[in-house]
Design a protein around this ligand. Sequence first.
Ligand SMILES: [Zn+2]
Ligand SMILES: [Zn+2]
Length: 340
Amino acid sequence: MRAARITGVGRTELAEVPVPGPAPGTALVRTRRAGICGTDLEILHGTSAFVRDGRITFPHVFGHEWYGDVVAYADEPPPGAPRVGDSVVGRTMVPCGRCPACHAQRAQMCAQLSETGLYGLDGGAADYVRMPVHALTPLPAGFPEPAGALVEPAVSVVEAYTRARLAFDDRIAVVGTGTMGLLAVQFAAHHAARVDAVGIDEAGLELARRCGAAAVHHADAAPEGAYSLIVEASGAASAFTGALRLAERGARIAMVGVAQQPVTFHPGELSLQGLDILGIQHGVAHYDRTVALFRRGILDAAPLVGHTLPAEAVGEAFALLEEGRSGPPKILLDFTAERD
Ligand SMILES: [Zn+2]
Ligand SMILES: [Zn+2]
């Protein structure tokens, strides 16, 4: 089978590798499409924490945003498992299910965590991927393509609004107009009184308007003290202090983006303004809900997908991601074309 791999810093290939063999409790899934994102780019650059701490070694089969069709089970599947031929999304975080964190429903904190396409499990950017059956979420018949590839990033948006206790009367600012930001706008447009988008890219802000933003603001000109909930989805360090300015008293700030640089701020402001700062991890518990959101059209992949390239074009796909283009942010690799 073909597998898209990162073979070293700055290097990718589409390799011919064996189809992964059966293992107890797993299913073999035939990939349809796989998205790439900034996390994959960090692996390519060698700056990912997982590369630095040795959890990722090269060659690395990436792909944590993907969907496909179940082709076989290694053994008798548990009751309720997707049927052979059903479409599924594979979850990124695969917890052990046995440790204290898992028993406390905090899978993100599992001491033996694997993450599909990151460490411990090969990713979905290949013709086939082998997944633990308990880490598959079924996609209902008629689920819109290619929304399956957007479920993975969207679960963290659902986690952000869950942790922030989104209320119908919230006035929300979403900072950043990448994939996560646009999904956050779509969700809020259906669930809250108002959502505005804040960003630095004009085309991205226009997309945010199409996704349901009532108003869009350049980051330098956004109204201060005007929002009860801010979702930081840009990943820019300066967006944290920007979010503090946007917040009204008592607001919640959900940090979805993963900024790498330090910023300076006055800690006293947090207590004086009564702000809740929430660090949002991956929403591993929200796959079923998120699939339903796409099914009902509350989340919509169509305006987000900028390019769908054949698997052979893996290098070109990363080059496009690296360019930092404006416009629809998501880049997908298509594994359905030219397959034997
Ligand atoms: Zn991602
Ligand atoms: Zn565990």
